[in-house]
Design a protein. Sequence first.
Length: 383
Amino acid sequence: MAEQQQFYLLLGNLMSPDNNVRKQSEETYDTIPGQNKITFLLQAIRDAAAAEEVKQMAAVLLRRLLSSSFEEIYPSLTIEMQTAIKTELLTSIQQETSPNIRKKVCDIAAELSRNLIDDDGNNQWPEVLKFLFDSVNSDNVGLREAALHIFWNFPGIFGNQQQHYMEVIKRMLVQCMQDQANPQIRTLAARAAASFVLSNESNTALLKHFADLLPGILQAINESCYQGDDSVLKSLVEIADTAPKYLRPNLEATLQLCLKLCADTNLTNMQRQLALEVIVTLSETAAAMLRKHTTIVAQSVPQMLAMMVDLEDDDEWAMADELEDDDFDSNAVAGESALDRIACGLGGKIILPMIKQHIMQMLQNRKWPQTLLQLSRRNSMTR
């Protein structure tokens, strides 16, 4: 017990704002044998009386330990201790009352699962698969969240049994994306579905089989963005980059949603830029596919131009010799970059007429000629 209390003190010092205290604590932590670390960290996570920040630090450290030193530590543990670790993690997820800590324990479970897939694709922790199936069908929302979080974190968790469980996986995701009572479940399910698609990006048959999940993902993007969460939208950018063919059956709906989000000034600049990024990325990864939707491309051009002239009124900015770091995240820079990339991706013959049409309209606006002059100065600064 005294050793555990000393370990709690060490965990607290690892979070100290004092660099010297923190450095000394890190050196002390590094001297603790791996097996002892696992024992102490698990005890800290499972201790209901421990402070939340201590439990959180313990969970982060245990995940890192399994990620960086699994081969050095885990195989040398006794079978009994390996079994105890698995049991403790699943028990902790079921009994933990703090959503934040439960999420971090799910990260540990996902990391352990990742390391327990052997060379033949066998998951040597079958209990975690049963836990996923049981939890996703549970009345407990926290357990459903846990199951989806683990699957999102490690979509390859089924190993060589994935094909066998394909329909079960699909049914699980569809069921959760249709959970009308819990928007957070719908968002998590959409993220998990996107993660599964990305992890199987080269499996054409699987992508086709899961194509009917995309409308649910798009709906979750629309809902979550207006709740201030852009995590699913970021997943869509990744899909556009690495698995664009997955979007083909629902490309029109995907582009329409992105265009709508990009045009909505009530959203954050980052969300609007991410929505535009989907369209621009597709111009680079699936140009032939996107050229069949020139009407939507034409509608995206004025959005890029509008972003380019989204500048704060600052007379001194136009005369600055160098751009501020913040400028590189601005709508103006994002719009300029997007227009350049989509022109390269789809070709000038397609984009130039669209630009010319809107530039003429913009020049008739009294404010925009000066803004365009500022942009031309920016171009000379960045090239």
